[in-house]
Design a protein around this ligand. Structure first.
Ligand code: ATP
Ligand code: MG
Ligand code: MG
Ligand code: MG
Length: 483
């Protein structure tokens, strides 16, 4: 019997505790003092101020398993969910951190020992990467030589990559530095010769499992030259879902004990069989499993599906899952059932799920009831429009027709686009967006409290410690895709 994900998490934390690390519980996903960020998206986020020296702790080494969400800003994996074997909106990041304490040698040695000696990952299935030097930053020869010594690997397994993959920075200013990634091979036979001069590890049987960041430089001002940090630091991150698939002998995060039961529940409700393929039904089941986790964890933190910012992201995620259920032919509200399974399976580790069990069930079911009514109305109107368009030989849904669906019936524009696409029609989305924007402005700015369903407001008042959020503006390039 292979290790459970709960054991894998425990082993990670115990391993670093035995090496002098303070085990710190996961911070909430809703950032507590960072207005620039919508969700915590990496294990280091709660320690940001410790790395820059603004905040001090009683310890200089820490380890955690941090709840993360990547649906916004620089890290947006939404479109990958269900399509790749390794990306989620919600996931847990295992990490060890050194705040000016140990540096590359100990970080590399510890990661290697944990992976190969404690977890027993065969080293023949691993390669590592180091920064090759770019944009006036030197190659990370120090890391390469430590890897050689610690692993016994030759240069064929120590791959050199550029800025995009192997250089990390906190932002335009602050700490930055090269990183090293550890990749695991799930294919039949490792072929090192294929890497050549420009190694590519994406989508070829290799999956990144662990990233070790070496913070060794500092940038005082945007575009200013970097200086060396007097006390370099370490930040590492390994996805629990990914190391679980490695140790459980499967090839996808969705086949681990963290996700597979959720996928199976979606299949069971739909009366279908899951086949772990890229067939649309399987993708839908994986999307539902993923989004049910995001839903359960966000509602447990007091985020409600509403119209503003973070709340709106939750609503999008829920509606996306519901729409996939609809696709699978599920005719009644179901997402709450999958979300409750998340509570049952994760409630021991994250008691907030258990504490908010009823709220998670009610909020999820209410949202689905409402969205299904919207879906039904919108689909009916769209079907009528399609009929007319076919008669007239029109190829595209007009901007006013698409805008009316949204402004009058709340039917999302991107959903209209998807459904038009499925039926072989185009849609004037840009025109529709302009009309919708005009209508919003005529109505005046949206009052966030007015958008709140009274049931949610009551529920939130009962929570005791409402999570408030100020100051987020949607980051550049963020999409508004609902389905
Ligand atoms: P990838 O290249 O696979 O998208 P990344 O380089 O964006 O991963 P990092 O920012 O280095 O990921 O995060 C550290 C670790 O967190 C990764 O090595 C991986 O194990 C895990 N991870 C990152 N993004 C996700 C995700 N969307 N879902 C699950 N695990 C993730
Ligand atoms: Mg990524
Ligand atoms: Mg990567
Ligand atoms: Mg990485």
């Amino acid at each position: 019997m292979s290790a459970s994900s709960h054991q894998i998490r425990r082993t990670f934390l115990d391993f670093f505790a035995s090496r002098g690390h303070e085990v710190v519980p996961s911070a909430p996903i809703v950032p507590q003092n960072d207005p620039t960020l919508m969700f915590v998206n990496a294990g280091m986020v709660p320690f940001k101020d410790v790395f820059t020296g603004k905040d001090r702790r009683a310890y200089t080494r820490a380890a955690s398993s941090q709840k993360c969400i990547r649906i916004s800003g620089k890290h947006n994996d939404l479109e990958n969910v269900g399509v790749t074997a390794r990306h989620h909106t919600f996931f847990e990041m295992l990490g060890n951190f050194s705040f000016g304490d140990y540096f590359k040698e100990e970080a590399i040695t510890s990661a290697w020992e944990l992976l190969t000696k404690v977890y027993g990952v065969p080293k023949e299935r691993l390669v590592v990467t180091v920064f090759k030097g770019e944009n006036n930053f030197p190659a990370d020869e120090e890391a390469a030589s430590i890897w050689r010594k610690v692993t016994g690997f030759g240069d064929d397994r120590i791959l050199r990559l550029g800025m995009a993959d192997n250089f990390w920075s906190m932002g335009d200013t602050g700490p930055c530095g090269p990183c090293s990634e550890i990749h695991f091979f799930t294919g039949d036979e490792v072929d090192l010769a294929r890497f050549g001069e420009e190694p590519r590890l994406d989508g070829s049987g290799w999956t990144e499992i662990w990233n070790l960041v070496f913070m060794q430089y500092d940038r005082a001002e945007k575009d200013a030259p970097v200086t060396s940090l007097p006390a370099p630091s370490i930040d590492t991150g390994m996805g629990l879902e990914r190391i679980s698939f490695v140790l459980q002998g499967v090839t996808s995060n969705y086949d681990t004990d963290l996700l597979r039961p959720l996928v199976e529940r979606a299949a069971e409700i739909a009366g279908k069989k899951y086949g772990a393929s890229l067939a649309p039904d399987d993708v839908s089941m994986r999307v539902i499993a993923d989004h049910a986790r995001t839903t359960a964890f966000l509602v447990a933190e007091g985020v409600m599906p509403e119209k503003q910012r973070r709340e709106y992201v939750l609503r999008r995620v829920m509606r996306r899952a519901i729409r996939h259920g609809y696709r699978l032919g599920i005719e009644k509200p179901f997402l709450h059932e999958v979300a409750l399974l998340v509570v049952d399976r994760m409630g021991d580790v994250y008691p907030e799920l258990r504490d908010r069990r009823e709220l998670i069930a009610r909020v999820t079911e209410d949202e689905e009831v409402r969205f299904r009514a919207t879906l039904k109305r919108g689909m009916k109107i769209l079907d009528e429009r399609f009929e007319e368009m076919r008669e007239k030989g029109d190829k595209a849904l007009s901007a006013p027709a698409a805008a009316d669906l949204y402004t009058t019936y709340g039917f999302p524009l991107d959903l209209t686009q998807v459904i038009c696409g499925e039926q072989g029609f185009a849609v004037d989305l840009e025109g529709a967006e302009k009309i919708v924007k005009g209508a919003d402005e005529a109505d005046g700015p949206i009052d966030p409290t007015a958008a709140v369903d009274p049931a949610y407001r009551q529920a939130r008042e009962k929570l005791g410690s409402p999570v408030t959020f100020t100051g987020y503006e949607r980051e550049a390039g963020e999409s508004e895709v609902v389905v």
